[in-house]
Design a protein around this ligand. Structure first.
Ligand SMILES: [Zn+2]
Length: 206
């Protein structure tokens, strides 16, 4: 019996050592632990306003991840935007706060519509993913307008992004085509700011 425990103990030690991160000089950047920065005051303030307008009770903390990619995501415990995302939007100072507000609204839209749960389902596929993105885009416009931001400026950024930065998202992609997304939010923005009523979501795949 005693030997059995020693073998178990050695096994556990071996696992512990194997699980420890070992740094390699040539390790690609994406395999390292992500570095999260505290958001600057303006970005945090935008997030605070968007969170309030979302109506969500639990306030996930906001992180800014050091990553050159243009990206943002929501998890069960946080909302994250990349430095690459903020830097790209920062090239358009007059659009900055509105586009960042739209992105946060979009991410909290995923949370509101429980997309995190649906993406964990074994039935989840790219069509469901694209429809989830359409719903988050729709909610993102609603939230940012309710929070007092200018959705026309987010629409302007999304057109710039679609034309200058985004690669074409094919029919099997996880996100709808960027130009389609820009046109959809332009419609939501125009209708909501002129009538005060959100129109139906457009482009949903059956
Ligand atoms: Zn999304």
């Amino acid at each position: 019996m005693k030997n059995k425990y020693i073998i178990l103990l050695l096994g556990a030690l071996a696992l512990l050592i194997a699980g420890m991160p070992i740094s390699h000089a040539h390790e690609p950047a994406q395999e390292k632990d992500p570095v999260n920065l505290t958001p600057d005051a303006q970005t945090q303030l935008i997030y605070n306003k968007i969170h309030k307008a979302s109506g969500l009770e639990f306030k996930r903390p906001l992180y800014v991840q050091v990553d050159p990619d243009y990206n943002a995501w929501a998890s069960l415990f946080s909302v994250t935007i990349t430095t690459g995302g903020l830097n790209l939007i920062g090239q358009y100072p007059d659009l900055y706060k509105h586009q960042v507000a739209y992105i946060f609204g979009h991410e909290l839209g995923h949370v509101l519509h429980k997309h995190l749960m649906s993406s964990a389902s074994p039935l989840f596929n790219n069509k469901i993913s694209r429809n989830n993105e359409r719903q988050a885009d729709w909610e993102g416009i609603r939230i940012m307008v309710d929070a007092g931001f200018d959705c026309h400026k987010a629409v302007k950024f999304e057109y710039i992004f679609a034309r200058e930065y985004s690669g074409f998202q094919g029919p099997d992609g996880t996100h709808p085509d960027s130009l389609e997304r820009a046109k959809s939010i332009e419609h939501y923005c125009n209708v909501y700011t002129t009538t005060g009523v959100m129109p139906a979501i457009i482009g949903v795949e059956k």
